[in-house]
Design a protein around this ligand. Structure first.
Ligand SMILES: [Zn+2]
Length: 66
């Protein structure tokens, strides 16, 4: 199984939609719990890393290709 790597400032595209309909979340803080902010409604939430990793579809890094 491939565990996606991500860091603070990256954008995560999730498999599951937030209730607002957005699938894009910005990483605010990493650790054993990950703090993310929904880019659709601006709501922030803390999710255990293990739970979050299962839900990631894609990671978009803002520094990629620069
Ligand atoms: Zn939302």
């Amino acid at each position: 199984m491939n565990i996606p790597k991500f860091d603070k400032g990256d954008t995560l595209i999730m498999k599951k939609k937030h209730p607002c309909g957005s699938v894009a979340f910005e990483v605010l803080r990493t650790g054993s719990d990950i703090r993310i902010r929904c880019l659709g409604c601006g709501h922030d939430l803390t999710v255990p890393r293990i739970k979050l990793e299962k839900n990631i579809k894609k990671v978009e890094s803002p520094t990629e290709g620069v």
